[in-house]
Design a protein around this ligand. Structure first.
Ligand SMILES: Cc1ncc(COP(=O)(O)O)c(C=O)c1O
Length: 477
């Protein structure tokens, strides 16, 4: 309570002294954070909006008091590990296993008849999984389809929606966007006769860690035809303001799409209501559908009925698909953007994951996710301050600006520190050049896991344990 009061009064004082900052919310927060740091206020855990205490008994109590703690038992946990890498590859659940085994049994017993007689029929897997994913996106069933992979779906959507002859000829992306998104956008520009050096607008990050919405909006113009942005930035965990960006893009007739790889399953969305044009995601992170699991795409109602640029028989109107006509008759849903046969075995586990998330409700999942990351931020501030290695946090502290993971930046030796963590069974991941990402899964990470991870981190630094590890990189970090 005392923290909250302090925060409110300092915010008020800052707003009064610098009124020009009042219409720039994120900038104001950032400024406030810097100002507090400058005047020596070290404990900023209160900015997470949670009140915590630092003992392990408090972590136990948080676990006991949360009814969602029981979902932890739904997952297989690798032996002797605390798994904080669910934003790269989520853990295997019993329900996912059950659905996968069911698909294998159907293959065994039904063979080809599985396409129509499996439960649900494999022929409709993409549509059925789309229907179950739609609530996580705030989308309509017909706008959502499970198919392809994030990168493949970016290609399909850009090729279908970007028409430089009728809309602006430039494509906008941000500097920090995932490499595959950059590659896809550049190659699409080339395919359509553009020149990435001139026609690709790359919005720069001011701090190298986050992208300011203001800077993106400043680059919107009638020359921009399409924008592809992340919902949550994969390195820092910054959550962008999708509503604000969509409104601004539409004022310039820009088609706007989001890569939801780091938000789906952790953050709720309102894609239909906001009129977002398109979105893509993968299902192997917070949706725990397995390594290389099938991806998904959303296409707003207003674009349905458009012929896909990359047509394939799986996007054909299903009622006549097997007439085998040579003329393509497009499905009238987002399903039209499917290209080839759905990979049944890498889709089946997703049924189990979506059943679990829909049972809880995505809003509750987000609530728990924020509490876990808030607690982690609090412990970082409380227990890692003043050590010989200084830790900074690259993730925005405000709950409405952070996704599901926390990006920690030790001021040196990040790779070695992460290796030392792994050696102790704490699995986060390292991202070049100097970031350790820790992702508490709202479904299976406990508050005690968080407490123990920070405790080990503290011990690794205090006793120079990271010095025992090499900084030569492995093939996959
Ligand atoms: C933000 C983001 N976009 C795109 C991708 C690429 O996904 P895929 O390999 O499934 O196409 C990833 C993979 O981790 C990602 O994190």
């Amino acid at each position: 309570m005392r923290f909250k009061m302090t925060f409110v009064s300092i915010t008020f004082a800052v707003q009064k002294s610098f009124p020009e900052m009042n219409n720039r919310r994120s900038f104001r927060r950032k400024y406030l954070y810097k100002l507090l740091k400058k005047i020596g206020v070290r404990n900023m855990g209160f900015m997470t909006g949670e009140e915590f205490s630092s003992g392990v008994d408090f972590a136990c109590k948080l676990d006991q008091d949360d009814y969602l703690s029981s979902y932890r038992q739904e997952f297989y946990h690798p032996r002797d590990t605390i798994y904080l890498d669910g934003n790269s590859l989520g853990l295997f659940s019993h329900r996912a296993e059950k659905k996968l085994l069911q698909a294998l049994k159907e293959w065994q017993e039904l063979a080809i008849a599985g396409w129509t007689k499996a439960e649900p029929p494999w022929f409709w897997y993409g549509e059925k999984l789309g229907e179950l994913t739609a609530p996580l996106l705030g989308a309509k069933t017909r706008e959502t389809i499970v198919t392809g992979s994030t990168t493949l779906n970016i290609h399909q959507l850009i090729a279908t929606l970007y028409q430089p002859e009728t809309i602006g000829h430039e494509i906008l992306i941000d500097e920090l966007n995932f490499p595959s998104d950059h590659y896809a956008v550049k190659s699409q520009l080339k395919l359509l006769g553009g020149d990435p050096d001139k026609d690709l607008i790359v919005v720069k990050s001011v701090d190298g860690v986050t992208i300011a919405e203001e800077d993106i909006i400043e680059k919107f113009s009638q020359k921009v035809g399409l924008a592809l942005l992340p919902s949550v930035q994969y390195q820092s965990g910054q959550l962008l303001d999708i509503e604000r960006l969509t409104e601004a893009a539409h004022r310039h007739n820009i088609i706007i799409g989001f890569d939801l790889a780091h938000s789906i399953g952790a953050v709720p969305h309102q894609l239909s209501d906001l009129g977002v044009d398109f979105a893509v995601w993968c299902n192997y992170k917070y949706l725990n559908a397995g390594p290389g699991a099938v991806g998904g795409l959303y296409l707003n109602n207003k674009h349905l009925g458009r012929e896909p640029a990359l047509a394939g028989w799986w996007g054909h109107d299903k009622s006549t698909q097997f007439e085998m006509k040579k003329d393509f008759r497009s499905a009238d849903t987002a399903g039209a953007l499917q290209i080839g046969t759905i990979p049944v075995l890498s889709s089946a586990p997703l049924f189990g994951s979506l059943e679990m998330i829909n049972e809880i409700g995505i809003e509750k999942v987000r609530e728990r996710s924020l509490k876990l990351t808030g607690y982690l931020l609090y412990l970082i501030e409380k227990r890692l301050s003043g050590l010989k290695i200084d830790f900074s946090v690259n993730t925005p502290l405000e709950p409405e600006r952070r996704g599901g993971h926390i990006a920690l930046r030790p001021h040196r030796e990040a790779y070695k520190i992460n290796e030392a963590l792994k050696d102790r069974g704490i699995i986060g991941d390292f991202r070049e050049p100097d970031t350790i990402r820790l992702a508490p899964s709202p479904l299976y990470t406990s508050f005690q896991d968080i407490w123990k991870s920070v405790d080990e981190l503290r011990e690794i630094v205090i006793n120079d344990k990271y010095q025992e590890f090499s900084s030569s990189r492995s093939e996959v970090t």
